[in-house]
Design a protein. Structure first.
Length: 111
């Protein structure tokens, strides 16, 4: 597991998300959406909507989902699966840990 610091825990409130750019083991940049659901649980998913190729972190977080701002598809923050059309393909879900005041994400390990 190659955890990388994504952001500080103070940077994301419950029911919110932020975009971070991390690098995988091959040196490729990966856009990650770090989100906290309505309960305050932390999540890390791929930041690009599988339907419209726009940033999910700009969408609304509610319950355990994030909604794409462009066409309204929502994705389960635990599984990455779309819960509504027009998206039909899931987004990746990455391993995440909280270490002190840091949010750590492993983009080489999908859940």
């Amino acid at each position: 597991m190659s955890l990388q610091r994504a952001c500080a825990t103070t940077e994301v409130e419950p029911a919110a998300a932020t975009q971070v750019t991390l690098t995988d083991g091959a040196g490729k940049q990966i856009l990650v959406c770090v989100a906290r659901d309505s309960d305050g649980t932390w999540h890390a998913i791929g930041d690009t909507c599988s339907h419209a190729r726009v940033s999910l972190s700009e969408g609304d977080v509610f319950d355990h989902e994030i909604e794409c701002w462009k066409h309204g598809s929502s994705f389960d923050l635990f599984t990455g699966k779309p819960n509504s059309l027009p998206a039909v393909k899931p987004v990746p879900v990455f391993a995440l840990e909280i270490s002190g005041a840091d949010v750590l994400v492993d983009v080489d390990h999908t859940i």
